[in-house]
Design a protein around this ligand. Structure first.
Ligand code: HEM
Length: 145
């Protein structure tokens, strides 16, 4: 039952994270004002929460349910998935810092900052399908060593 609950939660969180990234991309546009920056800070916080919960649920699944920790530690696709997830997390850091800096100053983002944030969010979205590919391969025993 715990396995089913965590699997369902895992997928719901994944959709949430993807949705939040798309919303962020729609929100961050040239000419965004201080109010849009405040909204972006809220959306970004939701992104952070979803990412932390995915980590907790994902490691919960790997350690306590599914096939057991030993199976995943010896699977290359598991580590590829974790590395990709970490890379996406790193790419999300500069936008978060820019949003917070702009909100503190009560200012809007400059067009150059908007371009930077959009590029980073697009890169995160582009990497996302890799997570699904690695997850499916790992669940089926490909890449085991
Ligand atoms: C946004 C990030 C993530 C995405 C998109 C994702 C995607 C998926 C998908 C689609 C599956 C189902 C695979 C299948 O049954 O065919 C899955 C399973 C799983 N994921 Fe994730 N995942 C993410 C993050 C994580 C993290 C951080 C962990 C941490 C260890 C993790 C651990 C697991 C485990 C243990 C399974 C069960 C695999 C099995 O049935 O053997 N996931 N993931």
């Amino acid at each position: 039952m715990l396995d089913l609950a965590l699997a369902v939660f895992h997928h719901l969180l994944i959709f949430t994270l993807f949705g939040v990234l798309v919303v962020e991309l729609m929100l961050v546009r040239p000419g965004m004002d201080a109010a849009a920056v405040r909204r972006a800070v809220g959306v970004d916080a939701l992104y952070g929460l979803a990412a932390v919960l995915i980590l907790a649920v994902g490691f919960g699944r790997a350690a306590m349910t599914a096939k057991g920790w030993d199976y995943y530690v010896h699977n290359g696709f598991f580590w590829a998935k974790i590395a990709t997830f970490a890379l996406i997390g790193l790419l999300s850091a500069p936008p978060t810092l820019l949003f917070i800096k702009a909100r503190r100053a009560g200012a809007a983002l400059s067009d150059a900052e908007v371009r930077k944030v959009r590029g980073l969010v697009q890169a995160e979205l582009a990497l996302f399908p890799l997570l699904l590919i690695f997850a499916a391969a790992m669940a089926r025993g490909y890449g085991s060593f």
